[in-house]
Design a binder for this molecule. Structure first.
Ligand SMILES: Cc1cc2nc3c(=O)[nH]c(=O)nc-3n(C[C@H](O)[C@H](O)[C@H](O)COP(=O)(O)OP(=O)(O)OC[C@H]3O[C@@H](n4cnc5c(N)ncnc54)[C@H](O)[C@@H]3O)c2cc1C
Length: 396
């Protein structure tokens, strides 16, 4: 009987299990996780910190899910080495050998700049359920929480902390929030929304580290400014987990390099999710993890049966009831692109459509889910918008 091993029990790992089982009921599946908890979707961590979800409700798949799909789950079992030659994995509890195909789905880790004082007890990052438990506990005893980083994670975390009675402030080194997803105009509207919720924001603050002795008492900037706070969470981006692959002599760049079949530089070894880099492209979002895992799983069951076709980068989040969608290309300078923007400061809405050759290739919709849906449809169906430029944000 064929044997598949999966390293990593996150979005990509579990999506691969599902796909493999839908194609083949006999293949033996072993999945290794360095975590002690079974699978939980990371967005659930925000609900947990924000108090709308209890600990038990964070976990999505318990042992019964794996039993039903006839997959062997090895929790608290980090894989430390891959020997591609003899098709064996090393773990602290011994070797696992004889797999036919291997999927590396080890995700990413929080990237932290070389900040002074990261080792202080009240300085955190958020990636795992254990991190979320620590942060929620720490908010209870804190007077002011500083979130370093104005990306999606930082903003959602600040809102979650506010929901449980915290006093969060987001500090970021550049001049706007969500720099990947939003332009300056949309960021301004988002800041108004956040300020209305009493979530403070401080732009242009280049953090260099923490103040304080044993415990952090705040963060300091290159300009010598200090923001005081007694709980600090650093949310300054993520990087692919490539060390295991590098140590195992696989080709690695920003992520683990894969081809159209999601196969790495070693035959029979595949990669998917946050750790995989395809065609010089890399995303740290769930749609990427799901679609790369699906392609990898199909090729592990029958090599050559599926080719990866990329995804359009898309982020949708809800900040205190405000819908925010950023899709495709939103930052363009070149004259071949055209932009239509509509701002309503009173209503707190901001819409932008980026157009090339009369087709929408990107956009932002802040404050209205229906406009987001319309932009998504125009983009995915490549609809000619030359006749609807003045009504592009109108909805029925
Ligand atoms: C708090 C939070 C909220 C998020 N919210 C969103 C959202 O709303 N929308 C969105 O699109 N994306 C969101 N993301 C990003 C999204 O969760 C990731 O893109 C997604 O989880 C990637 O899936 P993955 O399977 O590649 O990695 P992961 O889900 O991180 O899973 C990788 C697993 O591999 C394990 N592992 C690592 N090394 C080893 C090893 N050597 N041996 C065994 N196991 C190992 C890890 O512990 C982990 O369990 C969020 C992320 C966080 C942290």
């Amino acid at each position: 009987m064929a044997k598949i091993a999966i390293i990593g029990n996150g979005v990509a790992g579990t999506a691969a299990i599902r796909e493999i089982r839908s194609l083949d009921s006999d293949i033996e599946i072993d999945v290794f996780s360095d975590e002690r908890h079974s699978y939980y979707p990371k967005p659930n961590l925000m609900d947990y910190v924000g108090g709308s979800r209890g600990l038990q409700e964070v976990i999505r798949y318990g042992p019964d899910w794996y039993e039903k799909l006839n997959a062997n789950l090895h929790l608290s079992t980090p894989v430390t080495h891959i020997d591609a030659g003899i098709k064996a994995l090393s773990t602290p509890s011994g070797a696992f050998s004889g797999y036919d195909s291997l999927l590396i789905a080890v995700g990413s880790y929080p990237f932290v700049p070389p900040f002074e004082g990261m080792d202080k007890r009240n300085v955190h990052v958020l990636r795992t359920l254990d991190d979320a438990v620590d942060i929620r506990k720490a908010v209870k005893g804190a007077r002011r929480e500083i979130i370093v980083g104005g990306g999606i994670l930082g903003i959602e975390l600040a809102v979650a902390i506010k929901q449980i009675g915290g006093e969060p402030i987001v500090v970021t080194n550049i001049d706007r929030l969500l720099p990947i997803q939003l332009d300056g105009g949309a960021s301004e509207i988002l800041i108004r929304h956040l300020n209305r919720m009493k979530v403070e924001t401080l732009l242009g603050f280049t953090c260099t580290g923490m103040t304080g002795e044993e415990l952090a008492t705040g963060v300091k900037s290159t300009a010598g400014d200090v923001v005081e706070g007694d709980l600090i969470v650093v949310a300054t981006g993520v990087r692919s987990n490539v060390e295991l692959a590098r140590r195992s002599n696989l080709s690695v760049d920003r992520g683990i390099v894969v081809d159209d079949f999601m196969q790495t530089s070693a035959k029979g070894i595949f990669a998917a999710g946050d750790c995989a880099e395809w065609n010089r492209t890399w995303f740290g979002i769930i749609p990427w993890a799901l679609s790369t895992a699906k392609t990898a799983a199909q090729n592990m069951v029958e090599f050559g049966s599926s080719r990866f076709g990329s995804i359009v980068a898309s982020n949708t989040l809800q900040v205190a009831g405000i819908d925010l969608t950023s899709i495709g290309m939103v930052h363009v300078e070149s004259p071949e692109f055209d932009q239509i923007v509509s701002v309503n400061r009173e209503e707190g809405t901001y819409y932008k459509a980026v157009i090339k050759d009369n087709v929408v290739v990107g956009g932002i919709a802040l404050g209205n889910r229906k406009v987001a849906l319309k932009l998504r449809t125009l983009l995915s169906q490549k609809i000619d918008v030359s006749e609807m430029r003045s009504t592009i944000f109108e909805i029925d």
